[in-house]
Design a binder for this molecule. Structure first.
Ligand SMILES: CC(=O)[C@@H](O)[C@H](O)COP(=O)(O)O
Ligand SMILES: NCC(=O)COP(=O)(O)O
Length: 257
């Protein structure tokens, strides 16, 4: 017998609207406007990453997003004292702790929650105490999942980058291995009572496939959607993404979207 699938949330990451704005300085395109449009199109949450080098999102963007949007704000940040101070000031719905390297082009790999336990513990504790939902952006492996649980984070976000890269390069064997890894990590996180999110590098096809993992509650997607917006508009790209996610979840559950 088929079961009604639980709805999978879509968090739209608007970082790269700010990347385009910053290419020229000034105020356009405005990431807060993109966030409002994303919500109209069906986003369940807005994600933004305040990088230490401020290459895209700026401090004022975070403050404006918190003030203007009507859905949960997911604030991605490195575990530094400065970022913690800003997050406690902005008070987003959620903070996702991510690893950050100044020279990287995008987030490479997950947080080292095992070796980094002592460094990360006070960040998780302070954010938890402030009522901000903490998620750990980790590699899809049992060890970081268990270490995140030990740290007291209620949520993990599984890094889908390696899987998406293998799919993009047509390396099907590696892609299947990476997908199995994500599936196992999602299962072990859910078994430990953690809420499971996933993201990085997802497109329509990979989002549809990963939506079939029933433990996953939220996908965070940005770069691909902002790129698609150039061709079809942000509204249409988000609606198509929503449909792909619903189709993937329904297919895996044996129902219709
Ligand atoms: C943590 C993560 O995977 C992304 O949300 C993050 O925002 C990537 O950083 P860039 O947006 O700078 O590529
Ligand atoms: N945490 C992942 C995210 O927010 C979006 O990543 P991407 O789709 O911009 O690669």
């Amino acid at each position: 017998m088929s079961q009604t699938p639980t709805k999978l949330r879509l968090g739209v990451n608007i970082d790269h609207v700010a990347t385009i704005r910053n290419a020229r300085g000034g105020a356009r395109p405005d990431p807060a406007r993109a966030a409002l449009l994303a919500i109209e199109a069906g986003a369940d949450g807005i994600t933004a990453h305040l990088r230490e080098d401020r290459r895209h999102i700026h401090d004022e963007d975070m403050a404006r997003l918190k003030r203007d949007i009507t859905v949960p704000l997911n604030f991605e940040m490195a575990a530094t004292g400065d970022m913690l101070r800003i997050a406690l000031d902005v008070r987003p719905h959620a903070v996702c702790l991510v690893p950050e390297k100044r020279e990287e082009r995008t987030t490479e790999g997950g947080l080292d929650v095992v070796k980094g336990h002592n460094h990360l513990a006070p960040f998780v504790a302070e954010l938890n105490a402030a009522g901000i939902r903490v998620s750990m952006f980790i590699e899809a492996d049992a060890e970081p999942v268990a270490a995140s649980r030990e740290l007291g984070a209620p949520v993990v976000e599984l890094h889908t980058g390696s899987w998406c890269e293998a799919v993009e390069h047509g390396d099907l064997k590696r892609a299947e291995r990476e997908f199995e890894r994500l599936a196992r990590a999602a299962e072990s996180a859910a078994a430990l009572g953690l809420e499971v999110h996933a993201g990085h590098g997802l497109d329509y096809d990979t989002a549809e496939r990963i939506a079939g993992l029933p433990q996953i509650a939220e996908l965070n997607i940005g770069h691909f959607l902002v790129g698609e917006a150039v061709f079809v508009g942000l509204d249409a790209a988000i609606r198509r993404m929503r449909a792909a996610m619903d189709a993937g979840r329904a297919k895996a559950a044996g129902t219709r979207p």
